[in-house]
Design a protein around this ligand. Structure first.
Ligand SMILES: [Zn+2]
Ligand SMILES: [Zn+2]
Length: 147
């Protein structure tokens, strides 16, 4: 479930500011946050399709066009309802371009318990979490490495 009933926003000038934002996000203990980079060209600016209820996220590199799914799902299902992440505050970001990061909450076993997606608007710098969901299985090494 997401924190839709409790929206909070931060602000930052760099992708790394998403890490600080998620560290201070309420009601979690995020141990690690990874900034998503394009595996083809190294860019960190993406459009992002997400269904936070189903736990599916696909990013598209704005520099080279490469698309890829993050974490543990690699295709959209028939029941999924992907939506483009949009800036919650500004109207400048009509291309819906963001820095994206994934924050991990761990179980005592070391497996991932929860993931938080952080996004920073490259137009106005507003940072939010566009979705978060629970992970119900283990081991989670493979999904954890796919960011
Ligand atoms: Zn790229
Ligand atoms: Zn914005």
């Amino acid at each position: 479930m997401s924190n839709d009933n409790n929206p909070i926003f931060g602000h930052g000038y760099h992708p790394e500011d998403i890490i600080k934002f998620l560290d201070e996000y309420p009601e979690n203990e995020i141990s690690k946050t990874v900034i998503v980079k394009c595996r083809q060209c190294g860019s960190n600016i993406f459009t992002c399709l997400i269904d936070a209820f189903e736990g599916v996220i696909e990013v598209g590199c704005t520099a080279c066009g490469t698309k890829r799914f993050l974490l543990d799902v690699d295709e959209w299902g028939d029941e999924d309802e992907p939506e483009y992440v949009e800036c919650p505050l500004c109207e400048e970001n009509k291309m819906n371009q963001f820095n994206i990061a994934v924050g991990f909450v761990y179980r005592a076993s070391g497996d991932v318990k929860w993931v938080y997606i952080g996004n920073r608007c490259i137009s106005c710098g507003v940072i939010e979490s566009c979705g978060d969901w629970r992970i119900n299985y283990g081991p989670t090494d493979e999904m954890e490495s796919n960011v």
